[in-house]
Each structure stands twice: as structure tokens, then as C-alpha cells.
Design a protein around this ligand. Structure first.
Ligand code: SF4
Length: 335
């Protein structure tokens, strides 16, 4: 089992500071097995824990649910604060991974062409970046780390909806190195920068390189072509505070109508195929989490496009300029 820092002392101090009697707790799926430890910390402080809805990111706060249930505070685990306002005092416990292996870094140094390397990761591994920088320098490379973007808190940190820290440094780098697990973030950075992207898995020590970009673009092109023959479009807006792009969704509806399609807004909390069944839309456009159209498209019977892909469908942009969807601004309060 991965050894996460669940910061029991910080949690205890926060609960004491707010004299919290009832405590809402939000966990991403990967941290659910740690519930006994977390409940123990809360009970030891004389408070009652309530496990609330599972979260996908800091965009997906359960502060309204916490308020409705009379919680004094919310503990949000697994993500860094992205600066959203909250309805109850909220502590972000980032659940950083305590121990990693640098085995993949040596393999990377042997394989990479060029010396200037853009380094990026997720919040779970940010505190290990200085050690990785040192190791890369020892191996004769010149690591570069970008500043935080509009939704990230730390240098070198990316989210599936914010690749800014990589985009700002990519021009001066010959290759990019992602320290982490999973493929979405490095794939997004490869698409966003068109640079070679390597993955150093900090848990297994394995090194891999992102490939399959042309297959990815082909599959998105197929979805765009299929959507182009559709007449009836659903434009999805999320009610999650950090995903709600209502103004953008309205613009997309108007654009579709101008282009002789029928289009309506569909407002959802969870974007799931079953919540969109029976509307008989020919295609969907998602303004919620940018990962949804990319990760979940196979689960939908109709094409599910990003806002950029819609602009390709309408002939405003060429497919060759393909960009991953990113969230710069949300419209909390307008729904
Ligand atoms: S919008 Fe999606 S990618 Fe961005 S933080 Fe939320 S869950 Fe993650």
C-alpha cells in the first residue's frame, strides 16, 4: 500500500482551531481504503466524522453538502487548493506520497536526446522535485520547472485541466519528464507542446515514453466527423464549482444554432452516460472536466466533443492545431 502523508497533526490543529464538532470528509476513490486512519484522527479530536461524496479534484468540493449536514468544517483529501471560495472552512490534505524511487531517472538520462528537460508532476510528488532536480543535474542534464498555472498551487504541478507550467517552459526544452503514474497528464502535455514526453514512475522505477499521438488524433478526428453529421446537440455544463463554465456553454449553444443545429444546455453534477440517455442527442459537447470526453468517450453512444473539437467541427480551427481542453475560468454563482 502507498504510504501517504495524511497529516494527522495538521488535521487535529485545524479541528481544534474551528472547535469542530461535526466534520465533513471528502476522499478521492484511491484514498477510500484509508478511512479508518482518518476517522481515528477526527474522533481523537472529539469530533464526529461524516464521509461525504467522493471527489475527482479540488474542483469538486462537497462544501454545500457539508453545510446542509451541519458540518463545522470540511476536510478535502488528495488535492491542492485551487483557490475556490468555500461555504465552510476547508482544509486541503494533499496526501503526498512519502517515499519514491528514483530508479527511472537514471534510465531517462541514458535514453533522452538533448539536455534541457522540463520537469512536471502531480501534487502527490511535488515535494520530491528538488531531489529529482539534483539527480538530473548530477547526470549532466539541465532541469527546468515552470511556475504554477491558474489552477495549480506549486511549481511543476499539472492538473488534467491546467498544463500551464509545462507550456510556459516547453519552447526552451528538448524533452519533458513527468514524474507520476497514469497517462492522461503526460499525454495532455505531449499534445499541448508536441515535445517528447517521458514518464518516470516513482513507485515502480519504470521509465516509458508517451506514444500513440497520431492514433489519439485519429480517434478524435473520427468523433468530430461523426458529430458533424448530427443535427441535435446537447451542451453539458457542470454544477461542480471548479468545473462550471456556464458562459462558455451558452456561447457554444449560440454558435451551434448559428450553424443550423439544434442545441440545448444540459446541467449535470455527475456527467455519466445514464444521465444523458433518452434525450436522443446526435452529439454532445462537454464544458465540464476536460478529462471526460477523452477518458470516457467509449462509454457514450454518440460523439462527446471538447469545446476545441467543436471549433474544428465548425471549420473555425484546423485539426492540426489540436489543443487539449483546459479550464482557465469558471462561473461559480451564475447557475
Ligand atoms: S476539472 Fe477534471 S482535471 Fe481539473 S481538477 Fe477537476 S477533476 Fe481534475
Amino acid at each position: 500500500m502507498i504510504d501517504y502523508d495524511l497529516e494527522p497533526h495538521t488535521v487535529a490543529r485545524f479541528l481544534k482551531q474551528h472547535r469542530a464538532k461535526r466534520v465533513g470528509i471528502q476522499l478521492p476513490a484511491g484514498l477510500r481504503p484509508f478511512w479508518p486512519k482518518i476517522a481515528h484522527t477526527v474522533r481523537k479530536s472529539g469530533s464526529t466524522p461524516l464521509f461525504l461524496k467522493t471527489c475527482y479534484g479540488a474542483c469538486d468540493l462537497a462544501d454545500l453538502q457539508a453545510k446542509q449536514l451541519g458540518c463545522d468544517v470540511l476536510l478535502h483529501y488528495g488535492h491542492a487548493d485551487m483557490g475556490l471560495p468555500t461555504l465552510v472552512p476547508t482544509l486541503y490534505v494533499e496526501a503526498r506520497v512519502k517515499r519514491i524511487t528514483l530508479g527511472a531517472i537514471g534510465l531517462f538520462a541514458k535514453r533522452v536526446h538533448g539536455s534541457r528537460i522540463g520537469l512536471f508532476t502531480t501534487v502527490q510528488y511535488v515535494e520530491h522535485l528538488p531531489r529529482i532536480v539534483e539527480k538530473l543535474r548530477e547526470l549532466g542534464l539541465k532541469p527546468v520547472i515552470g511556475k504554477p498555472g491558474p489552477r495549480t498551487k506549486y511549481r511543476g504541478q499539472v492538473l488534467g485541466c491546467d498544463f500551464s507550467c509545462v507550456k510556459q517552459i516547453s519552447k526552451k526544452c528538448e524533452a519533458l519528464l513527468y514524474v507520476g503514474t497514469g497517462r492522461f497528464h503526460p499525454l495532455g502535455c505531449a499534445i499541448a507542446t508536441r515535445k517528447p514526453v517521458y514518464i518516470a514512475n516513482p513507485l515502480t522505477g519504470k521509465l516509458s515514453q508517451i506514444g500513440g499521438l497520431s492514433e489519439f488524433l485519429q480517434s478524435r478526428k473520427a468523433a468530430i466527423s461523426k458529430a458533424a453529421s448530427g443535427r441535435r446537440f446537447g451542451v453539458i455544463v457542470s454544477t461542480k464549482r471548479g468545473q462550471a463554465r456556464y458562459a462558455l456553454a451558452l456561447q457554444l449553444v449560440e454558435k451551434l444554432i448559428t450553424n443550423r443545429r439544434t442545441a440545448e444546455l444540459v446541467v449535470l453534477d455527475e456527467v455519466l452516460p445514464e444521465h444523458l440517455a433518452d434525450y436522443s442527442f446526435d452529439a454532445l459537447v462537454c464544458t465540464a472536466c476536460p478529462r471526460i470526453p477523452i477518458d470516457d468517450s467509449p462509454r457514450y453512444e454518440v460523439p462527446l466533443l471538447t469545446p476545441f473539437e467543436l471549433s474544428v467541427m465548425l471549420g473555425e480551427r484546423p485539426l492540426e492545431d489540436y489543443q487539449m481542453d483546459e479550464i482557465v475560468r469558471t462561473d461559480f454563482g451564475k447557475i
